[in-house]
Design a protein around this ligand. Structure first.
Ligand SMILES: NC(=O)c1ccc[n+]([C@@H]2O[C@H](COP(=O)([O-])OP(=O)(O)OC[C@H]3O[C@@H](n4cnc5c(N)ncnc54)[C@H](OP(=O)(O)O)[C@@H]3O)[C@@H](O)[C@H]2O)c1
Length: 241
């Protein structure tokens, strides 16, 4: 009997990359997974591999669709908000459509989903919420207009929920990975330190979920470096700028 056996999780952003691996690992641990993302074909092909999964296609930028999906979902013990989009955008080459889309999917989409799920969990005095953030939340990095802010906002949201949900029976955690090999990082032309496979990243997410720890940052020491930027003098961080 594993920690996840028999529990039902709504996994949003399940069709690709980290989410696809999370679905496989949760299923292998005996969890029932409801697979959501926009690409129904990719979700169906994943579902065919799994033993206890079902598919519920969803675009998190569509408020009515989120409301409908939550209503049709049935009972769930936990949700994992993994959906995100990323394009490298520099302030000097501002791309408004890309920036607004990143904020809408990565942060506002989470608000849409949580707005349906949190009241239900609070009423039931139970529920497990995992938000997939990013180490990019900790510092304004170059060429991260929109993405960095969306992940910083998600972190702030998780911290507030942690205060407010204390003693409610509802658990919230944020998992902040470093670079993962996926279609998102294929867009980066620079060298990505300590880049992980989706399998490695997914097993670290599951470990974080088992431990009930609020915050998990990985991989170390890259995560220590990113978090330390906030303590360094601006003169050092923005030298020559
Ligand atoms: N890759 C990295 O280096 C890295 C680093 C730190 C954190 N992360 C975080 O890890 C998570 C997974 O990223 P990944 O690298 O695995 O990316 P990915 O392969 O592109 O997966 C993103 C998932 O989000 C879904 N999604 C995107 N837009 C959506 C929408 N409007 N509605 C519903 N679902 C939507 C995608 O499915 P559809 O396209 O089918 O909708 C896909 O399943 C994200 O939260 C990302 O920010 C990634």
């Amino acid at each position: 009997m594993t920690y996840f056996a028999g529990k039902t999780y709504w996994l949003i952003g399940a069709s690709e990359g980290l989410g696809r691996e999370l679905a496989r690992m949760l299923d292998a641990e005996g969890a029932h997974v409801v697979l959501s993302a926009r690409n129904a074909d990719r979700l169906e092909s994943l579902c065919a591999e799994l033993s206890h999964a079902r598919v519920h296609p969803l675009d998190v930028t569509d408020s009515d669709a989120v409301r409908r999906a939550a209503a049709e979902l049935g009972p769930v013990e936990g949700i994992i908000y993994n959906a995100a989009t990323y394009d490298p955008v520099r302030a000097t080459e501002w791309d408004s459509d890309a920036v607004l889309s990143m904020c809408d999917v990565n942060f506002v989409g989470a608000l849409r989903v949580l707005g349906e799920i949190v009241p239900r969990f609070v009423k039931a005095e139970m529920g497990d919420i995992t938000l997939i953030g990013s180490l990019a939340a900790y510092s304004g990095l170059p060429a991260s207009i929109g993405y960095g802010a969306s992940k910083a906002a998600l972190l702030s949201l998780a911290e507030t929920m942690r205060h407010d949900l204390k003693g409610s029976g509802v658990v919230v955690r944020i998992v902040n990975p470093g670079f993962i090999k996926s279609r998102l990082t294929e867009k980066n032309a620079f060298k990505m330190p300590m880049i992980m496979s989706p399998e490695d990243a997914a097993s670290r997410v599951l470990k974080a979920m088992r431990k009930n720890r609020f915050r998990s940052d990985f991989p170390a020491p890259f995560s220590w470096f990113i978090r330390s930027l906030v303590f360094l003098p601006d003169l050092l961080v923005y030298r020559g700028k």
